[in-house]
Design a protein around this ligand. Sequence first.
Ligand SMILES: CC(C)(COP(=O)(O)OP(=O)(O)OC[C@H]1O[C@@H](n2cnc3c(N)ncnc32)[C@H](O)[C@@H]1OP(=O)(O)O)[C@@H](O)C(=O)NCCC(=O)NCCS
Length: 139
Amino acid sequence: MDGTLRLVDGPPALDDYLRLRAESGLSPKTRTQGEAGLHGAWAAYHVVDEATAETVGMGRVLGDGGWYFHIVDMAVLPAYQRRGIGAAVLRALLDAIAQGAPPEPYVTLMADVPGRALYERFGFVETAPHTVGMVLVRP
Ligand SMILES: CC(C)(COP(=O)(O)OP(=O)(O)OC[C@H]1O[C@@H](n2cnc3c(N)ncnc32)[C@H](O)[C@@H]1OP(=O)(O)O)[C@@H](O)C(=O)NCCC(=O)NCCS
């Protein structure tokens, strides 16, 4: 990452979390959702541009600490994309799992199109056809 970008251990502030999701193109979430969930992750990192004090990227891992680890909220502001921030966050999350989890963790994510090449570079592969991701859709 560039000189003024700093990787910070922990989730971003709530307002930054909501903004990062919305401005990066992820589905926007309410304050209630953010407040309830933001501090519930097993590990989280965010990136601050010290030149502006702006939070510009983030990622979190939901996990049971044993073997289930699910990567979520990977987001970088559009103006800061393609500068290695997503890779730095993902590397930190995977290092946290490697150091804090028992051997053979099951690390998953739901890959939106913009993140696929990044995830593949880190060793993620598609699970289909053996397993496919499913989501509950309410009428
Ligand atoms: C997915 C996302 C988090 C990646 O963040 P990012 O900071 O752009 O990621 P990186 O810069 O580490 O890597 C992205 C690409 O930029 C390239 N890159 C990294 N540093 C670079 C640099 N200095 N100059 C040019 N390209 C660079 C990487 O090689 C990578 O290329 P690849 O996609 O072909 O592998 C970001 O694109 C994003 O927020 N997208 C919208 C939200 C979203 O879809 N999130 C994923 C949900 S699953």
